[in-house]
Design a protein around this ligand. Structure first.
Ligand SMILES: [Zn+2]
Ligand SMILES: [Zn+2]
Length: 416
């Protein structure tokens, strides 16, 4: 029991630290202990180590580590992808051979399908690019309209040197602007974007299915082992009152029996425990992405929306009708802001409101020019009455949210 508990605790702790390290900065965790732990992990502890190293070796150790860390964090590399594949292969090599003789025909048919599917989706997720190139830039510009909130026309990527299409984001790891960028995923060593979003979601689905199946199958096999050992069928054959092995055991006895079974069949036991613990993670991600599709946003956009929400609470957000602003801010050239009718998105769905946040929270101003100026005092900035303060996020529409089903179809099938 002691060993099993230790292994479980170690795996749980490592999972928790990895979770905090990777996701502690998500807007959902702002002002929670998770965000604090994230800061402790990435900021306070490294600073402490640097301080000690400064005293001991004049920062030689931490400089080397920081070069390695810099490479691991800021360059695209397949280390995590290799770890991911190794974990899968090792788990399957441990589990399948030792379980094979005890499987039913249906199970021997199901397993190859469930094993191959994640590799196939992983391969497609990792190799399908959503990068914007000179060749597909125009098409990318026509994929989504600007919503004049998260995405305004007229912004250029300083690296790629072309106008940023709506919903795109430059990825410093992929060294490219990515269409409908969701996030850069280190597990697939690629950005999740417009073209591989379907494969990424299928990867989550197939991995979750594989993990759930392996956990259930492992449980069934070990449970059968316990039944055979504790209530041998040879002795109870033909009896309708044969008991389940776990009947009338205390919790401690029950746990001890399981520890015994896991210890005897350790290949199946270890993989089963790992699957039980990692399945909720894969499932959690899948549910999060289904939620994002329901809300009509990408992971990148969810962070932007969280910022807008805070700015609205701080009373610094203003909006004006796009049509009314056209008097002073005409449309940009068609290669920077494509004509509405060319953009592939329901024709009646275009930005109505132009959103801005002002640094001081004051109403945006405009300068009177030429004939509008009657005396010197009017030459200065005057409040632009077309702008109205946004008091609640309820006043704000998400242009990219067309209802779950449409968002789902767009996410899966609106590909290049
Ligand atoms: Zn770029
Ligand atoms: Zn990327």
């Amino acid at each position: 029991m002691g060993v099993v508990r230790t292994i479980a605790l170690v795996i749980l702790s490592i999972s928790f630290v990895v979770f905090v390290a990777l996701f502690g900065r998500l807007p959902a965790f702002r002002r929670t202990p998770i965000a604090f732990l994230h800061r402790l992990l990435w900021h306070h502890i490294p600073n402490g180590v640097i301080f000690v190293d400064q005293k001991l070796s004049g920062r030689r150790l931490t400089r080397g580590l920081s070069r390695l860390g810099n490479y691991l964090m800021n360059e695209a590399h397949p280390v995590v992808l290799i770890f991911f594949v190794t974990l899968q292969v090792a788990g399957e090599l441990l589990f399948i051979p030792s379980a094979w003789n005890r499987l039913t025909t249906l199970q021997t048919i199901t397993i190859p399908v469930l094993v191959v599917a994640p590799y196939w989706c992983l391969y497609l997720s990792a190799t399908t690019s959503s990068n914007i190139t000179a060749g597909n830039h125009r098409k990318a510009m026509l994929a989504y309209p600007y919503d004049y909130c998260l995405f305004h026309p007229g912004y250029y990527c300083s690296t790629c040197r072309f106008p940023k299409p709506a919903r795109s984001k430059h990825c410093s790891l992929c060294k490219a602007c990515v269409q409908k960028q969701d996030h850069h995923c280190i597990w697939i060593n690629n950005c999740v974007g417009r073209n591989n979003y379907i494969w990424f979601n299928l990867l989550l689905l197939t991995i979750a299915a594989l993990l759930a199946y392996a956990a259930t199958l492992g449980h069934t096999l070990l449970d059968a082992q316990l039944q055979e050992r504790l209530v041998p069928s040879a002795l109870t054959r033909g009896s309708f009152t044969a008991k389940r092995w776990s009947t009338r055991l205390t919790w401690t006895q029950w746990a001890n029996m399981w520890a015994w079974a896991i210890g005897v069949d350790w290949q199946i036991g270890a993989v089963m425990m790992l699957c039980m613990m990692s399945c909720p993670l894969a499932l959690g991600f899948l549910i999060y992405h289904i939620y994002l599709m329901w809300a009509g946003m990408t992971t990148n956009e969810s962070a932007k929306w969280a910022d807008w929400k805070e700015d609205v609470q701080d009373d610094i957000v203003w909006r004006a009708e796009v049509q009314r602003l056209r008097e002073t801010y005409p449309r940009l050239p068609s290669d920077v802001e494509p004509e509405d009718r060319l953009v592939q998105w329901p024709q009646d769905v275009r930005a109505k409101w132009w959103m801005v946040r002002t640094r001081d929270g004051e109403q945006p101003t405009f300068k009177k020019t030429g004939s509008q100026i009657q005396d010197d005092t009017e030459a200065s900035d005057v409040p632009d009455e077309r702008w109205m303060r946004v008091r609640s996020m309820r006043e704000v529409d998400n242009l990219y949210d067309q209802g779950f089903w449409t968002n789902f179809v767009d996410g899966m099938f609106n590909r290049e």
